[in-house]
Design a protein around this ligand. Structure first.
Ligand SMILES: [Zn+2]
Ligand SMILES: [Zn+2]
Length: 133
């Protein structure tokens, strides 16, 4: 993956320590809600407000640096990647990326061009199945 800094530079957004920290958190967590990002960033920037996080998340989203993963629950965000499906654990809410086979993506693109493709798979994650959670 590209560096957080180059992601910002390509997006015309100013590189700020807060934005770099948000991208780093999303990269670490994979998918996170605004509140989850806030909890972790607060430790690095004790004076940062939730409103500032919101503003930055929205700016990053508008520039397509990050994507909103619309779940039935609270929206989560992730660094924008190739189209992929999401596996969601019905028990613990864990989210895993599932690669979209290119061929499936192409089929969808043929049928529904220029669409935002989201696919959700609901089930019980391995951790919950093994009873470790
Ligand atoms: Zn689970
Ligand atoms: Zn994802």
């Amino acid at each position: 993956m590209k560096s957080y800094k180059s992601l910002l530079e390509e997006s015309n957004l100013k590189t700020t320590p807060q934005r770099l920290a948000i991208l780093k958190e999303l990269d670490k967590k994979g998918h996170a809600s605004i509140e989850e990002i806030y909890e972790d960033i607060k430790e690095m920037f004790p004076s940062i407000s939730l409103a500032t996080i919101y503003k930055n998340i929205n700016a990053l989203k508008e520039e397509n640096v990050i994507s909103e993963v619309c779940l039935h629950q609270k929206p989560k965000f992730e660094i924008t990647k190739e189209p992929h499906a999401h596996f969601i654990c019905k028990k613990c809410g864990a989210i895993e990326d599932v690669p979209f086979e290119e061929i499936i993506n192409n089929e969808i693109e043929k049928k529904y061009p220029n669409t935002q493709k989201e696919l959700y798979i609901y089930g019980i994650c391995k951790k919950c199945k093994d009873g470790n959670s």
